[in-house]
Design a protein around this ligand. Structure first.
Ligand code: 2P0
Length: 353
């Protein structure tokens, strides 16, 4: 008779990713299939990353999860989908030394314990579900000896949170929207690895640490239902921009990269304004940062910096190299001094890799 006191455990780490061509809008809410392709850059794992340990043992009597040390419900449909997709693909596992033998079908009967930590303050408005679901799916797949490739794992992570599929890879990543109703071809692909353009430096200026008022999921649902600009964007604008952005990344063409990233961020926020009721993710400080960066770029012969804003007021600023990043940081500290009394009260600085 097999022993009951063993625990099998895997720990994984995933960084978050920042979209430079944005995902906004779903064509299928359950499978999380987007209305357009998107492109992102995955951050260095030292910054804004999730670490997740998953374990199974015959002594665990139910599935449990802890997020930053506090118990967290796994009842949500997105967690359940990820768990069952992975369990359904599990294969035999044997460790003779430890006397562990798990047959393919046995994984369904074993309960899993999940402990997940973010190395950034969850309340900082930077808490992205991207790193979390990418990490969970990857760790579970390793634990349960799933033999699928990264593309298939990205399609599973996608069902946890759309942007999570892009965090399965480092470097520059494209989420292909796919054509199938099944979602099997709505996967992430790596465009270039982390070494390809490692001069880039990403600086995140935390404008507000408050939680956003409109969740991405609810916001994009409203946009799909009410924004004529979103349907124009997804059909007419993004397909061309994706081609141009892929080329800019391939050739490390920073001026084009900057123009596309800034324009796409602004169009995403225009879609938010075009939504009924309108969604305001950026605030006055965000707008001041944009004006400042635009002036700086216009003053120089070529763009010095790219900016992009997600579903919140925080600025993601991308400099082509460390020299410009240092200058950018000096300017930020001067024009937006980090004092606890103003809204812009801290910076998180991350190297891209
Ligand atoms: C992105 N965002 O491409 C875009 C830009 C926010 C703005 O992906 O409903 O948390 O879980 O699929 O992935 C945020 O949306 O939404 C997002 P769900 P998710 O990064």
């Amino acid at each position: 008779e097999s022993k009951k006191n063993w625990v099998l455990m895997v720990t994984a780490q995933s960084p978050t990713n920042i979209a430079v061509i944005k995902y906004w809008g779903k064509r299928d809410e359950t499978l999380i299939l987007p209305v357009n392709d998107s492109i992102s850059v995955t951050l260095d794992p030292e910054h804004l990353c999730t670490t997740t340990t998953v374990a199974v043992s015959p002594s665990f009597n139910k599935d449990l999860m802890w997020l930053n040390g506090k118990e967290f419900s796994l009842a949500g449909a997105r967690y359940q989908r990820c768990l069952s997709e992975i369990r359904g693909r599990a294969s035999d596992f044997e460790d003779e030394e430890k006397g562990i033998c798990i047959k393919k079908g046995d994984w369904e009967k074993l309960n899993v314990h999940i402990a997940s930590y973010n190395n950034f303050p969850t309340a900082a408005g930077l808490a992205s579900s991207a790193a979390g679901f990418a990490c969970l799916v990857f760790a579970l797949a390793k634990l349960m000896n799933v033999k699928e490739d990264c593309g298939t794992l990205s399609a599973i992570a996608r069902q946890g949170s759309g942007s999570a599929c892009r965090s399965l890879y480092g470097g520059f990543v494209k989420w292909d929207m796919g054509k199938d109703l099944s979602g099997n071809d709505s996967v992430a692909v790596q465009l270039a690895d982390e070494a390809h353009w490692d001069d880039l430096v990403i600086i995140i200026a935390v404008v507000s640490s408050r939680q956003k008022e409109t969740s991405s999921t609810a916001g994009m649902r409203d946009s799909v239902e009410t924004s004529p600009l979103l349907s124009y964007r997804s059909k007419e604008v993004v397909p061309k921009r994706i081609v141009q952005m892929e080329e800019a990344i391939k050739t490390r063409d920073f001026p084009t990269f900057s123009k596309l990233a800034c324009t796409d961020s602004n169009q995403f926020h225009a879609v938010c304004l075009d939504t009924r009721p309108p969604i305001f993710y950026m605030n006055d400080t965000s707008h001041r940062i944009i004006s400042y960066m635009e002036k700086w770029n216009r003053f120089e012969v070529t763009p010095q910096v790219a900016y992009t804003f997600d579903a919140g007021p925080n600025a993601v600023l991308i400099a082509p190299n460390r020299k410009v990043a240092t200058l950018l940081l000096q300017k930020l500290l001067f024009y937006f001094p980090p004092t606890p009394d103003t809204e812009l009260n801290s910076y998180v600085i991350g190297d891209k890799s």
